[in-house]
Ligand binder design. Structure first.
Ligand code: B16
Ligand code: MG
Length: 218
């Protein structure tokens, strides 16, 4: 690759753990529909869009709904989920995330968000991180879900950099695939078993710094 000019970050699982709030809200919906939804089931929803998440949930419960009902239930889940994220505090930022973003800023590396969430702006505001992002590509701005590279390609475009100059940080397999499909370098956050296609895999952004980033140029 060329010189690294930008870093693109997924939100849930990379900068903050919103999965726990998604889980509570989906579990309540499942309960209302008459079935159990476990934490293990919730793993399947990470990085997946809201409507696809609902489809997976309904498949688990063996429930069929009309399109109209699906929209109503997805809205209901989102309203419940928002009561949690509206109470989020900056101390919920995952370890090392803010200091790494700040370090990138001082080194002149551009920063974008590339998330499936339609609530990304609210979350970044609650965490007081919005000012660090030059571009925010979220679920309201894309038509193709990861593993399609659209979300990251749009991020590169808004930052005015080439895909080859970007490094993506992702916790979901589909996100790693999206980065690779977009010809970007990728740092996986989580386990090598799931994120084996990433260039390197780390436990979290606390294990990342500018020098380690530059080592990806080679
Ligand atoms: P919303 P990411 C994803 O965030 C979550 O991992 C996924 O569980 C959620 O369904 C999706 O956002 C959509 O979220 O309902 O807020 O639009 O990992 O892409 O930052
Ligand atoms: Mg994620």
């Amino acid at each position: 690759m060329g010189k690294i000019k930008a870093c693109l970050f997924d939100l849930d699982g990379v900068i903050v753990d919103t999965a726990k709030y998604h889980y509570i809200a989906w579990r309540e919906l499942a309960k209302e529909l008459g079935f159990d939804f476990t934490e293990e089931d919730n793993e399947r929803l990470k990085g997946v869009s809201r409507m696809t998440s609902l489809e997976i949930l309904l498949e688990i419960g063996g429930v069929t709904l009309s399109e109209e009902e699906k929209i109503r239930f997805a809205d209901k889940k989102n309203e419940n989920y928002r009561t949690f994220i509206l109470k989020m505090q900056p101390d919920e930022i995952l370890p090392g995330a803010k200091s790494f973003l700040e370090e990138l800023k001082t080194k002149g590396i551009k920063i974008a968000l590339g998330s499936a969430s339609k609530n990304a702006m609210t979350i970044l505001d609650r965490l007081e991180l919005t000012y660090l992002f030059e571009a925010i590509i979220d679920g309201t701005k894309v038509s193709q879900a990861k593993p399609d590279p659209e979300v990251f390609l749009k991020g590169a475009e808004e930052l005015n950099v080439k895909p080859e100059e970007c490094v993506v940080f992702e916790d979901a397999e589909a996100g790693v695939e999206a980065a690779k499909a977009g010809k970007m370098k990728c740092v996986g956050i989580g386990s090598t078993d799931v994120l084996g296609k990433a260039d390197i895999v780390i436990d979290g952004l606390h294990q990342m710094d500018y020098n380690k980033l530059l080592s990806l140029e080679n």
